[in-house]
Write a protein that binds this ligand. Structure first.
Ligand code: ZN
Ligand code: ZN
Length: 425
């Protein structure tokens, strides 16, 4: 074989993904994602550098900042072509502008470079293909968030590589499960966020969440669901609106703007009508006078931030936490340093003097595949598959997934490179 896969970011970590794929016969290669991570102080961290002149192009798998947030930095001096989907451009732009507002001091590009990047994009639908310097690129649905894509690359010397970005293999209310590209693949570069765990049965989780909401609202309480503004908010909204259309639902935070992108790009949703109806049923919180009113009657408030690091969700929490009849339902990953994690562990947020008397719950509505789902992607290419490279996961998750793949596919080589390392195949 003749390819080199260099991990620039996301090696042994979740965040700032960057993978450089080069055909050994060529000087130029493809950059697959170029995202930011954040340090303990919230300062952005970039992946390792790659020379703009070495780029045949960039492919962005989806709009999360850990996959797209560093990409505009190439547009200060050059204009590489970027291949992605329309929702990724639209959602990514909102998230990047928001990050620039907060962290521009640490970032070497401005909105101008973001616009330059968007103007350099080649927009593909799922199933679409394009050639850049003899690299053939095709996208299919990754099942993770709106517009998220699995990327297939046929290299100039004929190697077939799949880069998964983040993926999910179960159907959710808003997004259909990942659809592996038909055909053969030699090498997979796969995320491994939950490579060591199985998620509980999705359908059962959804049912318990709906029951918890119903019980609280029937008891005259308000349910606060802090949720990420991209994906999780729209998912929870669609779930509750379709299962309980009679309940008052309020949507607050950046998810309001993101939901408009969802609506504009509804063909990327599993059931566009379901989402459209959910958004019609929901009350959009417009301003502070709305915000001060919405928790006065039984209902559900869906608001950012998902880990309670800020946003209107914190305001609502302060108002609702003290009463037994209310409920706070967390539905997102809670990092160890987050207030959301603290509240689940201790029942309060010490710094803010919040002690929660309301019911406190967490439901696993992950948008990432668990161990079995990830393994199934590898099994899908049994026969042609020769190597799997694990990224976007901590070392424990990568080790466990590596073990599962080794057991199921003993002839396939599994690699877990760190940042700055490369695999030559
Ligand atoms: Zn993601
Ligand atoms: Zn990610």
């Amino acid at each position: 074989m003749g390819i080199e896969v260099r991990v620039l970011g996301g090696g042994g970590e979740v965040g700032r993904t960057g993978v450089f794929l080069r055909d050994s016969s060529r000087s130029k290669g493809l950059l697959l994602d170029y995202g930011v991570g954040f340090d303990d102080y919230g300062r952005p961290l970039f992946p390792e550098h790659v020379r703009p002149n070495d780029l045949a192009g960039i492919v962005i798998s989806h709009a999360h900042l850990d996959h797209v947030g560093a990409a505009p930095s190439f547009y200060v001096s050059t204009k590489p072509r970027v291949v992605t989907t329309k929702p990724t451009i639209e959602v990514g732009s909102i998230l990047i502008k928001d990050m620039l507002k907060i962290s521009s001091y640490y970032i070497d590009y401005t909105e101008e470079e973001l616009n330059e990047m968007n103007n350099s994009s080649i927009v593909l639908d799922y199933g679409g293909e394009v050639d850049l310097d003899d690299y053939n690129i095709a996208l299919s649905n990754a099942g993770h968030i709106i517009g998220s894509a699995l990327t297939y690359v046929g290299t100039p010397s004929g190697e077939r590589v799949l880069f998964t970005g983040d993926l999910n293999t179960v159907n959710t209310y808003t997004i259909s499960a990942a659809e592996p590209w038909p055909g053969e693949v030699d090498v997979i570069v796969i995320e491994s966020t939950y490579g060591g765990v199985e998620h509980p049965d999705r359908h059962r989780v959804e049912k318990s969440l709906v029951e918890a909401v119903e019980a609280t609202v029937d008891g005259g309480g308000v349910v606060l669901i802090p949720a990420f503004s991209v994906g999780r908010s729209q998912e929870v909204l669609t779930m509750i609106a379709s299962e309980m259309p009679y309940v008052n639902i309020y949507l607050d935070g950046m998810s309001r703007e993101i939901s408009r992108v969802y609506l504009r790009n509804s063909k990327y949703l599993r059931n566009p009508d379901l989402f459209r109806k959910a958004l019609e049923v929901a009350h959009i919180v417009r301003d502070w006078s709305d915000r001060r009113r919405v928790f006065r009657e039984p209902g559900v408030i869906i608001s950012s931030a998902g880990m309670l690091k800020g946003g209107p969700a914190l305001y609502y929490l302060k108002k609702l936490a003290g009463e037994l009849k209310n409920a706070v339902i967390l539905v997102s990953y809670q990092s160890n340093d987050s207030p959301g994690h603290e509240i689940l562990e201790t029942g309060g947020i010490a710094d803010l003097g919040i002690s929660v008397k309301a019911k406190l719950m967490w439901f696993d509505l992950s948008s990432h595949a668990g161990r079995r789902g990830l393994l199934n992607i590898a099994l899908h290419y049994k026969g042609s598959l020769k190597a799997v490279i694990l990224v976007h996961g901590d070392n424990e998750s990568r080790d466990k997934l590596a073990k599962s793949i080794n057991e199921a596919l003993p002839d396939v080589k599994v690699y877990a490179p760190m940042n700055g390392e490369h695999v030559s195949l």
